[in-house]
Design a protein around this ligand. Structure first.
Ligand SMILES: C[S@@+](CC[C@H](N)C(=O)[O-])C[C@H]1O[C@@H](n2cnc3c(N)ncnc32)[C@H](O)[C@@H]1O
Length: 243
């Protein structure tokens, strides 16, 4: 079973997003991308690697037509549940690397916490960059390369954890919280610890590496977007595709 399929099934058992959290979800989404709410109305948007669909829901509530894609069934199933009352959402289970979408068909593509789990993150980036229409926007958020000591600690941790049976690792995550939290630079819970320790692939990047990806694909006005809550472990980048 894919680690994320297991993760989202467990998430569903213990958590939810209630209507009272919708406004804070939208606020979190807008500050994460550094965009204003007016931007979304009537835009066609792709949530590339939607997970349980928290940001699919936020962007649909802001008036966009949103297509959400994820590799794993439990994530797409949960995204459908969250957005079932919204007519402006389409959910697709599939692989970003072989997605069925036409090139240059989205006004805005965003991908939060996904590309670093690809076996070839730059190829995955180039694939989603081609889906953005001319003058459209692309936002990604990826893990940051940390100090040599933290990177070494992480290799040590994950060499062991990414091979464990998933149910065993989920239980063990309670004990791993302090160690993983030091590496990530953020106080994790059980779910976050599992999310860090389980995936087979986990790549870390410098800001310059990612800025170079954007430049290579012909994006202009490329900016770093630092989201304070997770600034030690990752960073966002947004750019305009040349008209
Ligand atoms: C850490 S989660 C992030 C989910 C969501 N973007 C969020 O911020 O809540 C990473 C997600 O990317 C999905 N994913 C990884 N590689 C993918 C691929 N090649 N195609 C589609 N989805 C992928 C995983 O299944 C997982 O649900």
């Amino acid at each position: 079973m894919d680690t994320f399929d297991f993760q989202w099934s467990e998430w569903k058992k213990h958590s939810s997003i209630s209507p009272s959290h919708f406004q804070s979800l939208v606020t979190d989404f807008l500050s994460r991308m550094n965009l204003c709410s007016d931007f979304f109305s009537n835009k066609t948007i792709l949530d590339a690697g939607c997970g349980i669909g928290r940001y699919t829901l936020a962007s649909a509530m802001l008036g966009a037509h949103v297509v959400a894609i994820d590799l794993v069934n439990s994530g797409i199933h949960q995204t459908r549940q969250f957005t079932k009352k919204l007519p402006n959402v389409d959910c697709v289970q599939g692989d970003l690397l072989h997605s069925p979408f036409k090139f240059e068909s989205f006004d805005f593509v965003f991908s939060v916490g996904v590309l670093h789990h690809s076996p070839n993150p730059q190829a995955a980036f180039e694939r989603i960059a081609r889906l953005v229409r001319r003058d459209g926007l692309l936002y990604i958020w990826v893990y940051r390369k940390r100090s040599p000591l933290l990177e070494t600690m992480n290799v040590f941790l994950r060499t062991f954890t990414a091979r464990l049976p998933l149910r065993f690792l989920y239980a063990l995550s309670f004990l791993l919280i302090p160690f993983a939290s030091v590496i990530v630079g953020y106080k994790l819970g059980v779910h976050g610890t599992f999310d860090w320790c389980a995936p087979k692939y986990q790549h870390h990047f410098t800001e310059q590496e990612v800025l170079n990806w954007y430049e290579k694909m012909g994006f202009k006005e490329v900016k770093l977007v630092i989201y304070n809550k997770f600034k030690k472990c990752g960073f966002g980048v947004i750019g305009h595709k040349s008209p």
